[in-house]
Design a protein around this ligand. Structure first.
Ligand code: ATP
Length: 342
């Protein structure tokens, strides 16, 4: 479990103060995959580096599995850090060492015998699918393979927590997906708590249980993936959600369609879970004197629950349209889409 309690970190440069992390409170449960998203400069890196005190907060507390990190002596901190693995955007491998030695390095530093190191490294390379690359050097590997080495190295000291600092940002979408699969396997196999920071919403959608959105050092929104994606509260969150939900029609298309039918209304319907099965549009056609022109529709899965979104134009008299909307509202959430002249 990782608890950020009122954590603040300020940097001073050229007499200017930057509050990189501003009174952050977050609680990350044992075994969950928790994502922090934000634009560049939002404070994500600073926040994640506060967990193992690569950055020391000026205020607040960091509690990791019951340990108050800021109260540890230097030797105690070194010990606790072994239980917190970290992987990085640019992998941070030792270029002059083989894959085997990169993975075994933290164990050699901890004074583990060569025999035990060999056993552990062999097992980890098998786990990350790089057994045949043990004697290769980092420059002989692809980005995805380098990150697999990074993950194996982070797991060498049997951590309870894995911190992922933009771990897939340097990778193409397909490789990203395979690394996310591996991280899922890490959680399943080792029951490790994973805290990841990223600016990529597809990564959050694909792997996280919960997400926090950061802006200017503050957490502006937090919740389960389903809640945040299906009902974002803040504009920044909506902007991030749009990058994966892709349910926006160009305004010019909306205005053109709307202009063709006087008095019509364009609405966005969102369906959650069971309501995705209901034949709502055909019910509307049967019950009301309203024609529906379907402009867009999709159903996606969020944390294994279906989430549907549909944009339709309702054509008819305003009384019939209002009655139809009232009926739809009993089954789905309805939001009017702004059209030219609204
Ligand atoms: N060592 C430092 N000295 C001075 N200012 C810093 C330092 N590290 C970060 N900052 C500033 O703190 C703010 C937050 O930076 P941080 O790197 O934590 O954000 P981020 O969300 O991780 O952004 P990015 O995705 O670009 O890395 C920024 O304004 C940054 O310029």
């Amino acid at each position: 479990m990782i608890d950020f309690q009122d954590v603040t970190k300020t940097y001073t440069t050229n007499d200017k103060q930057i509050t990189a992390v501003d009174h952050v409170n977050l609680s990350i449960e044992q075994g969950e995959i928790f994502g922090v998203i934000g634009f560049s400069g939002a404070g994500k890196s600073t926040l994640i580096r506060c967990v193992n005190l690569l950055e020391r907060p000026d205020q607040g507390k960091i509690i990791v599995n019951g340990t108050d990190m800021l109260k540890l002596s230097k030797p105690e901190l070194i010990n606790v850090r072994r239980k917190i693995g970290m992987i990085f955007q640019h992998f941070n491998l030792l270029e002059s060492k083989t894959v085997f030695h990169n993975v075994g390095f933290p164990l050699l530093l901890a004074g583990v015998s060569k025999q035990k190191v060999k056993r552990k490294v062999d097992q980890l390379l098998e786990f990350v699918g790089l057994k045949d690359k043990a004697e290769h050097y980092p420059e002989q590997l692809s980005g995805g393979q380098k990150q697999r080495v990074g993950i194996a190295r982070a797991l060498a000291t049997d951590p309870e927590i894995l911190l992922c600092d933009e771990a897939t940002s340097a990778l193409d979408p397909q490789t990203t997906s395979s690394i996310l699969d591996l991280l899922r396997k890490v959680r399943e196999e080792y029951n490790i708590t994973i805290l990841m920071i990223t600016h990529e919403m597809p990564v959050i959608k694909e792997i996280c249980d919960r997400v926090a959105v950061m802006e200017q050092g503050k957490v502006i929104e937090e919740g389960s993936i389903f809640d945040v994606f299906s009902n974002p509260q803040q504009q920044t969150t909506r902007n991030f959600v749009k990058t994966v939900m892709n349910d926006q029609l160009p305004q010019s298309v909306i205005d053109k369609v709307h202009g063709a039918h006087e008095g019509s209304k364009i609405v966005r319907l969102t369906f959650v879970d069971d309501s995705t099965d209901i034949p709502l549009i055909s019910d509307v056609a049967k019950k009301f004197e309203v024609d529906t022109n379907i402009l867009f529709g999709q159903i996606i899965e969020l944390q294994k629950k279906p989430f549907g979104s549909l944009i339709v134009e309702l054509i008819g008299t305003s009384t019939e349209i209002d009655k139809a909307i009232q009926f739809i509202e009993s089954q789905a959430s309805v939001e009017e889409v702004e059209t030219d002249g609204d």
